[in-house]
Design a protein around this ligand. Structure first.
Ligand code: PLP
Length: 437
């Protein structure tokens, strides 16, 4: 019960419920503040982005585009979204941007809606080779009722077999040739495959969910100038914004641009989480200032970490190509389908290092894979340098090679992490450390 200005007095049971939720939220924050977050699809946001995500915008609506709304009260948000559109075009060097997508998956659903009709054909990387679930029949591709053919894969190079993939594209004549992966060590050799797609009238779509921050920072590849008509992606993996997505295009054609906009709204979003859009805009402004150095530092850290792990005796994939050109490192911990990756991830968690198990070439079961996919972008954001990656690799060796008690290693993990509590590459003029509660 509550009076006009009176206090709310919950029942004891519900008060405890509320306390449990708050405790768990704080504990999750503490896990990442004290430990090492190394999941390749995650990141942390700057203090100003945190403020924006917690702002009143979280409860507001603004269907439509700036200046053409279905709701009143959008004038300030129009300022934000208009600025964001210009910033996104600049940061991604794209003639077209839509920043309304609420996730990478929603960006993909929107792009598939704009570029193909139900029953059309699509070519993509298989999930077994690192493609994302939204590229598969069981995900967005199936939702759009597209017929999928996957590219032959070059396991040594960890990329599509270019000649064989071009053949598949020419024979299949898809509406969309989709590229990009979740397991993404090296830039896709896009030009030749995009040319084959263009020959048969296919649109070229590049899913940059994982590597968007590296692309915008000039460190990976430049898909919109290598033949991609459309680039999709998440705003919260290597791009260090709040959870959400981007839809970008190299096309200057207003008719095509309108098709992309309407695929997003009213196609796949209604409310599009204005607090996250505004957070993305701040992240874009910060990226414009610091993105190039952040992206370069991220790749340097991944390469240093991979080399350190290999030097300690770990089986790090793609040795012949220098292990990685992205934020990701892949390690194999036992026989294929043995579950050794799951076991390794569990032990590392006990030591305060958060990772995820991952299927590697040869694995066939997602729950018992042999590998780990590791990402260094979050550690980079709090100031880890290539030299610090030696310490991180030592923790892995102590837990997984020397079989030391993970709880003993955890103490050292926490001691190291205490020194890295300030989020970098962002506007932080109030000296705030950055980690939220
Ligand atoms: C290649 C790729 N595309 C799309 C997605 C989906 O992104 P989101 O989680 O933002 O929906 C992911 C997520 O990991 C991904 O790896």
């Amino acid at each position: 019960m509550a009076g006009g200005n009176g206090a709310w007095t919950p029942s004891e049971e519900n008060r405890k419920l509320g306390q449990t939720v708050m405790d768990a939220v704080k504990a999750s924050g503490s896990l990442y503040r004290k430990g090492l977050g190394m999941i390749a699809s995650e990141n942390i946001v700057s203090p100003l982005v945190q403020d924006i995500v917690a702002s009143d915008l979280h409860g507001r609506y603004a269907e439509g585009l700036p200046g053409r709304r279905y709701y009143q009260g959008c004038e300030d948000f129009d300022t934000i979204e208009s600025l964001g559109l210009e910033l996104a075009k600049e940061v991604f060097n794209a003639p077209f941007a839509n920043i309304q997508s609420i996730s990478g998956t929603v960006s993909n659903i929107g792009a598939l809606k704009a570029l193909a009709k139900p029953g059309d054909r699509i070519t993509a990387v298989s999930t077994a080779d690192g493609g994302h679930i939204s590229h598969a029949r069981m995900g967005a591709v199936g939702l759009r009722d597209l017929n999928l053919t996957t590219y032959p894969w070059d396991e040594d190079r960890m990329e599509p077999d270019v000649d064989a993939a071009c053949k598949v594209i020419r024979e299949t004549e898809p509406s969309i040739a989709l590229f990009g992966q979740s397991v993404f060590l090296f830039p896709t050799p896009l030009r030749e495959m995009a040319d084959a797609a263009k020959e048969v009238g296919a649109s070229v779509m590049y899913d940059g969910a994982h590597v968007l921050g590296l692309i915008a920072g000039g460190q990976f590849q430049d898909p919109l100038r290598e033949g991609a008509d459309v680039m999709t992606g998440s705003s919260h993996k290597t791009f260090p914004g709040p959870q959400g997505g981007f839809l970008l295009s190299s096309s200057e054609d207003p008719v095509f641009q309108r098709r992309l906009n309407t695929a997003m709204f009213p196609g796949v979003v209604s409310s599009y989480h204005l607090h996250h859009v505004a957070g993305k805009v701040m992240a874009l402004a910060e990226f414009k200032e610091y993105g190039a150095s952040y992206a370069a530092d991220t790749v340097a850290n991944a390469q240093a970490f991979a080399s350190e792990l290999a030097a300690k005796g770990f089986d790090v994939l793609a040795e012949s190509r220098g292990y990685t050109e992205s934020h990701q490192v892949l390690t194999r911990h036992g026989e294929t389908d043995s579950g050794a990756g799951a076991k390794a991830a569990q032990l590392l968690e006990e030591a305060g290092i958060i990772t995820n198990m991952n299927m590697l070439p040869g694995d066939t079961k997602a729950m018992t894979p042999s590998g780990l996919r590791l990402g260094v972008q979050e550690l980079t954001r709090v100031g880890f340098q290539p030299d610090d990656m030696q310490d991180v690799a030592s923790f892995y060796a102590r837990v997984l090679l020397d079989h030391e008690d993970p709880s003993a290693v955890k103490k050292d993990v926490h001691l190291l992490k205490e020194q890295f509590q300030t989020i970098r590459y962002c506007f932080n003029d109030e000296g705030r450390s950055g980690y939220p509660m």
